[in-house]
Design a protein around this ligand. Structure first.
Ligand SMILES: Cc1cc2nc3c(=O)[nH]c(=O)nc-3n(C[C@H](O)[C@H](O)[C@H](O)COP(=O)(O)O)c2cc1C
Length: 372
C-alpha cells in the first residue's frame, strides 16, 4: 500500500478548501430557508434556562457539536490539528481527525504520528474520533486498525464512504465492493470502540444506513451535500480535461444535509445521527436537531478561520454557533435537546413530495425523529 502523494494531498486539500469556492450551490440556503420552525412569542422559559449539553460516546458535551475529521498525516498539518484540539477542549465539543491511512504508510515517522497524536494530547476531556476510508480497510490488517485507534486513544472510529470524491480524484481508489462489508464485519467485534459510518459531503441514503444498521452499526455521520463539495475539491487537483468536465456536470450530486438526516433517522430510529455538510450557523444546527439529528459536525468554516485568521477567529466562530443555537432554541420555547426534538417543523412541498416518493411517511417519521 504505497501512495507517495498522500502527504501532499493533505496539504492541497486544506489549501483548496480555504482558497477556492468549493461548496455546493448556495450551500443549500433555499432548502434550509424552506424548513420552518415555529416562532414562540411567549417561549415560556428564560434564555438562561436553555441548556444544550448532550452526551456522546460517554462524555458530556456543552453543545451538540463536533469538529469533523479533517487532517493529520503531514508535519505541516500538526499546527491545524493542534488548534482544532484547543477549540474542542475549550468549548467541550467532540473532535475527529482526518484519515489515518498515513499512520500506516509512514509507521515509524515520529512527525507524522505526532500530527494526529497532538489531538488527543490536547483534547483530553472530549470524544476523539479516529478516521479511515472504507476502501482502505481492504489493505489493512486488524492490527493496523487497532493501531490507528490506540495511537490517538480514540473513542470511536469513523469509516468514511467517499465514492464521488474517489471517482474524480486523480489517484482515486474506487473499490467500494461487498468485500468492504466483510472487512467491517471482521473488525466490528475486534476493535473495542463503536464504528461511525460517515460520508464526506454527498450524503448517506436510507439504503446505505439500513445496510450498515443491519450489521449492528448505530452511529452515522450523514455528511450531506450542502457544504464542502469533494467533487469540486478534486476537480482542482485533476489535470485530465474529461474528468474535470464530468466534475462540473456532477457538481450538485448528492443528498442535501436536511434530507439525509431524515433518510438516516427513518432507516435507523434508535441510532446516533451526526449531521455535517454546510452546518455553517446555529439556525441550521438547530433545524437539524429538530429534524432528527443528535449532533452537528463542522469542518470547512473552522479550518478556514484558523488558516486565514488564527485561533481566535476559530473561537469567535464557535461562540457565534453556540450562542445562536441557544437563541434559536429559546425562540422555539425549547429548554434542551429533548424538548427541541418534539418541536414542530414545516417542510416545503418539494420536500414532502421527495419524502413521499421515498416511501417515508411524515406522520410516522415525526413519531421517531427524536430517536427511540
Ligand atoms: C480539509 C478537509 C479535509 C477532510 N478530510 C476528511 C477525512 O480525511 N476523512 C473524512 O471522513 N472526512 C474528511 N473531511 C470531510 C468532513 O469531515 C465533513 O464531513 C465535510 O467536510 C462536510 O462538512 P463541512 O461542509 O462543514 O465542510 C474533510 C473536510 C475538510 C474541509
Amino acid at each position: 500500500m504505497s501512495d507517495p502523494n498522500i502527504r501532499n494531498r493533505k496539504i492541497e486539500h486544506i489549501r483548496i478548501v480555504v482558497e477556492k469556492d468549493v461548496d455546493f450551490p448556495n450551500e443549500c440556503s433555499e432548502i434550509y430557508d424552506e424548513i420552518i420552525l415555529i416562532h414562540r412569542a411567549f417561549p415560556g422559559i428564560d434564555l438562561s434556562d436553555v441548556d444544550l449539553s448532550t452526551r456522546f460516546l460517554n462524555y458530556e458535551l456543552s453543545a451538540p457539536l463536533m469538529i469533523s475529521g479533517m487532517t493529520g498525516g503531514d508535519p505541516l498539518t500538526t499546527k491545524y490539528n493542534k488548534k482544532l484540539a484547543v477549540l474542542a477542549e475549550e468549548f467541550r465539543i467532540a473532535i475527529g481527525v482526518g484519515s489515518e491511512r498515513s499512520l500506516i504508510i509512514h509507521k515509524d515517522e515520529a512527525e507524522i504520528i505526532r500530527s494526529y497524536k497532538v489531538v488527543r494530547e490536547i483534547a483530553k476531556d472530549v470524544p476523539v474520533v479516529g478516521n479511515i476510508g472504507a476502501n482502505t480497510l481492504l489493505d489493512l490488517r486488524n492490527e493496523d486498525i487497532s493501531y490507528i485507534i490506540s495511537s490517538i486513544d480514540a473513542d470511536a472510529l469513523a469509516i468514511h464512504l467517499n465514492p464521488a470524491q474517489e471517482a474524480i480524484q486523480p489517484e482515486g481508489d474506487t473499490r467500494f465492493n461487498a468485500r468492504i462489508l466483510e472487512r467491517i464485519e471482521e473488525i466490528l467485534d475486534h476493535i473495542g470502540v463503536p464504528i461511525i459510518i460517515k460520508e464526506v459531503g454527498n450524503g448517506l441514503s436510507y439504503e446505505d444506513v439500513s445496510l450498515f444498521y443491519s450489521m449492528g452499526i448505530r452511529f452515522f455521520d450523514i455528511a450531506g451535500a450542502c457544504g464542502t463539495n469533494w467533487i469540486l475539491v478534486e476537480k482542482y487537483r485533476q489535470k485530465d480535461k474529461i474528468t474535470t468536465t464530468i466534475a462540473d456536470h456532477l457538481s450538485s450530486w448528492g443528498i442535501p444535509t436536511p434530507v439525509a438526516i431524515i433518510e438516516a433517522r427513518a432507516a435507523a430510529p434508535d441510532s446516533f445521527i451526526i449531521a455535517s455538510g454546510g452546518v455553517y450557523d446555529g439556525l441550521r444546527a438547530i433545524k437539524n436537531i429538530v429534524l432528527g439529528a443528535d449532533l452537528n459536525g463542522v469542518a470547512r468554516p473552522l479550518i478556514r478561520e484558523i488558516y486565514l485568521r488564527g485561533l481566535n477567529a476559530g473561537k469567535a466562530f464557535l461562540e457565534m454557533m453556540i450562542k445562536e443555537m441557544k437563541i434559536v432554541s429559546f425562540l422555539t420555547g425549547a429548554r434542551n435537546i429533548s424538548e427541541l426534538k418534539k418541536k414542530p417543523f414545516i417542510l416545503s412541498s418539494d420536500m414532502l413530495s421527495y419524502l413521499e416518493q421515498r416511501g417515508i411517511d411524515l406522520r410516522e417519521y415525526k413519531e421517531i425523529r427524536g430517536g427511540i
